[in-house]
Design a protein around this ligand. Structure first.
Ligand code: KG4
Ligand code: ZN
Length: 363
C-alpha cells in the first residue's frame, strides 16, 4: 500500500485478559501486551465476571499507556481505535469499549467496534496474509465453531457446539480430576506421563460424541460426564498420579479424535462449495495450543492434501493485536462505527445460521 501505513490501537477486555496492542496496516505488530487475570480467578475454578470487570478497570489505562510507550507512539499517531464490543462478559466488554470510544473522541479519529470472534477469524491474515475464503476451527474456553471466513464481516457457520465449548470441557474435566484452573494446559502436561495410550483407552473408555454425523457440530457434555463416572469409580481419597495421567491422556486423545472427525466433515463441505484446490484449515483459540490436537489436525490435512495453519501461540489465545488488525481491515473499507455503538453480549458471526437445538450461549 502506498504512503504511510495506518496505525490502529486495539483493546480487548471481553473475558479474563486485559490487552492492548498497536498494529499497522502492513501487518506489523508495534506492541502487544496481555495481562492475564488467571491468578485472581484460580481459587474459584473459573472466571468470575465481577472480578474480571474490576480487574479490567484497575489495569486497562496503564496497559494502554504501556503499549503506546512500547511502540514509541502517542495518541496523535493513531488513525483509529478498535475495541472488542462483544461477545463476552458484558462488564468487561463495556470497560474496553468505553475506553476505546473515549480515546477516539478525544483524538477525533474513527472508532471501530470489533466482534471478538472476528478478531480470531482474521488473525491468519495478519500473520500469513491468507486469502479468503478459508476454513476456521475456533476452539477456546468460550467458543467451539467451524466457520468459512468468506470476507470481512461475511461468515458461514458450518458447525457449533450444542453444549460446552472445548476449552470449557478441558477445564471442567481437569477440575473433576483435581487439577487446577485453567485445565487445558494441566491435562496436556500430565498426559505426557501416560506410558501406554491403548491401555489407558481400554481402562477408561470414553464416548466420541457426534462422531460420524454429517453436520460438523460438536457436543462435549457427555464426554465430561463419562470422565466423571470414571473418577467416581476410582478409590476414594486422593487420586493416584498414574490414574490421572492415564485418564487425562485418554480424554485428550478422544477430544482430538472428535475434533478431527468434525473437521473432516467441514473440509468435505468446503471442497464442495468453494475452491477445492485452495482449501486452508486455520485452527485458532486457546485450545489450539494443545499439541495432541494440533498434530491430529496436521495429519488430517496431510491426508486431504490441504494446507493447515495455526497462528503462533501468543496470537491463538485472547490478545489485542487481533482486535487492532480486525480494526485495520475494517478501517481500510471505511467500516467504522458511531460512538453510540452498543455492546453486544451475544454477537454471532453468522446471524443467518440456523439455531441448533440446545446450542450453547455464544453459538
Ligand atoms: O482463547 P482463550 O485464551 O480464551 C477464551 O476462552 O476466549 O482460551 C482459553 C481456553 C481455556 O479453556 C484453556 O483451558 C484452553 O483454552 N487451553 C488449552 C490449552 N491451553 C489453553 N486446552 C487444551 N490444551 C492446551 N494446551
Ligand atoms: Zn477468544
Amino acid at each position: 500500500m502506498p504512503g504511510t501505513p495506518l496505525i490502529v490501537l486495539g483493546i480487548e477486555t471481553s473475558c479474563d485478559e486485559t490487552a492492548a496492542a498497536l498494529v499497522n496496516s502492513e501487518g506489523k505488530i508495534l506492541s502487544s501486551l496481555v495481562l492475564s487475570q488467571i491468578e485472581e480467578h484460580r481459587i474459584f475454578g473459573g472466571v468470575v465476571p465481577e472480578i474480571a470487570a474490576r480487574a479490567h478497570i484497575d489495569h486497562l489505562s496503564t496497559l494502554i499507556q504501556a503499549a503506546m510507550d512500547d511502540a514509541g507512539l502517542t495518541f496523535k499517531d493513531l488513525d483509529g481505535v478498535a475495541a472488542t464490543c462483544g461477545p463476552g462478559l458484558i462488564g468487561g466488554v463495556m470497560i474496553g469499549m468505553m475506553a476505546g470510544k473515549a480515546i477516539a473522541a478525544s483524538q477525533s479519529i474513527p472508532f471501530i467496534a470489533i466482534n471478538h470472534l472476528e478478531g480470531h477469524a482474521l488473525t491468519p491474515r495478519l500473520t500469513d496474509k491468507i486469502d479468503f475464503p478459508y476454513l476456521l476451527l475456533l476452539v477456546s474456553g468460550g467458543h467451539t465453531q467451524i466457520l468459512v471466513v468468506e470476507n470481512i464481516g461475511q461468515y458461514r457457520r458450518l458447525g457449533t457446539t450444542l453444549d460446552d465449548a472445548a476449552g470449557e470441557c478441558f477445564d471442567k474435566s481437569a477440575k473433576l480430576m483435581g487439577l487446577p484452573y485453567p485445565g487445558g494446559p494441566q491435562i496436556q502436561e500430565i498426559a505426557t506421563e501416560c506410558k501406554d495410550l491403548d491401555a489407558a483407552l481400554k481402562r477408561f473408555p470414553l464416548p466420541t460424541p457426534m462422531k460420524g454425523r454429517s453436520q460438523p457440530d460438536f457436543s462435549f457434555s457427555g464426554l465430561k460426564t463419562a470422565l466423571r463416572l470414571h473418577v467416581e469409580k476410582l478409590p476414594a481419597g486422593d487420586l493416584k498420579r498414574e490414574d490421572i495421567a492415564d485418564l487425562a491422556c485418554a480424554f485428550q486423545h478422544t477430544i482430538a479424535e472428535v475434533i478431527a472427525d468434525r473437521c473432516e466433515k467441514a473440509i468435505a463441505l468446503f471442497k464442495q462449495d468453494y475452491n477445492p484446490e485452495k482449501t486452508v484449515l486455520v485452527v485458532s483459540g486457546g485450545v489450539a495450543a494443545n499439541t495432541a490436537i494440533r498434530s491430529r489436525l496436521d495429519a488430517l490435512c496431510k491426508k486431504h492434501a490441504i494446507q493447515s495453519y495455526a497462528p503462533p501461540l501468543s496470537l491463538c489465545g485472547d490478545n489485542a493485536a487481533m482486535i487492532a488488525w480486525a480494526g485495520l481491515e475494517r478501517l481500510r473499507l471505511g467500516l467504522v462505527n458511531p460512538l453510540d455503538f452498543k455492546a453486544r453480549p451475544r454477537w454471532p458471526l453468522d446471524p443467518d445460521a440456523e439455531p441448533r437445538h440446545g446450542a450453547g450461549v455464544k453459538a
